[in-house]
Write a protein that binds this ligand. Structure first.
Ligand code: HEM
Length: 213
């Protein structure tokens, strides 16, 4: 009887809260940002951005300006000691390499506009939320790499290092990042701060890449 009544119990906000508390921080982040991801994917217009050389170069320059701003505010010790391999996760060296392969000079890159909207002050939970967005983008990169390869001839060693990111280690790097984030975001306040930072980062990146709506 007890089981029977439980099965028909409506999902009260209390039950929902309990359910959310059972999710990992990574699962919460995924669900909190899934609509942001969908919106960004739509705004990006993948078919033109990753098949046309000029559009691809502009995209890389924009990503360079975003990562230059964000990564200058982050270091291995920004994550409360929970992400010691942060430096190996930086995207700027990969983007620099790609842009040079596409004919840009390193000196020219230094004067590219940088995204000023990126948060200035971050605690470790917010740093994890921001990093979640760029680490997650390595998963999308796996889908985009074959496109730029077949349409423009770029490879993981020439012109598409950023999209290829960790190569065969993408899944392992994502798993390790998830464990580190889950470990740090073990209390509600930190999860909340990470979610807010991740959603804000998606919005800022979308506006930066595609122009504010
Ligand atoms: C700069 C743009 C992008 C950002 C910042 C971004 C960010 C993310 C994030 C944070 C995740 C992880 C979601 C999770 O917690 O599981 C993710 C996953 C994914 N993204 Fe993106 N993404 C971007 C562009 C794209 C594009 C253009 C595509 C496809 C054309 C794409 C396809 C995917 C796919 C397929 C996954 C899931 C992969 C898997 O579960 O193995 N993303 N992305």
């Amino acid at each position: 009887m007890w089981h029977h009544s439980l099965a028909y119990e409506p999902i009260t906000s209390q039950r929902r809260r309990r359910y959310v508390a059972m999710m990992s921080a990574m699962a919460q982040l995924r669900s909190a940002t899934s609509s942001s991801h969908q919106r960004l994917e739509k705004r990006l217009d993948v078919k033109s951005r990753f098949t046309d050389l000029r559009a691809y170069r502009e995209h890389l320059k924009k990503m360079w300006g975003f990562c230059a701003a964000l990564e200058s505010r982050l270091a291995a010790d920004s994550f409360g000691g929970a992400l010691p391999d942060y430096d190996a996760r930086r995207k700027l060296p990969l983007l620099t390499h790609d842009l040079v392969a596409l004919g840009e000079s390193e000196g020219g890159l230094a004067s590219l506009p940088r995204c000023a909207a990126v948060a200035r002050e971050m605690d470790a939970a917010a740093a994890f939320g921001c990093a979640y967005v760029l680490e997650g983008a390595t998963l999308g990169g796996r889908t985009l790499l074959p496109l730029v390869q077949s349409r423009m001839g770029f490879t993981s060693s020439h012109g598409a290092r950023y999209l290829a990111s960790y190569g065969d280690n993408v899944a392992a790097m994502w798993r390790d990042f998830g464990s580190a984030l889950d470990g740090w975001c073990c209390v509600a306040e930190r999860r909340h701060a990470a979610m807010q930072a991740a959603v804000a980062t998606f919005d800022i990146l979308g506006d930066w890449l595609c122009g504010a709506p």
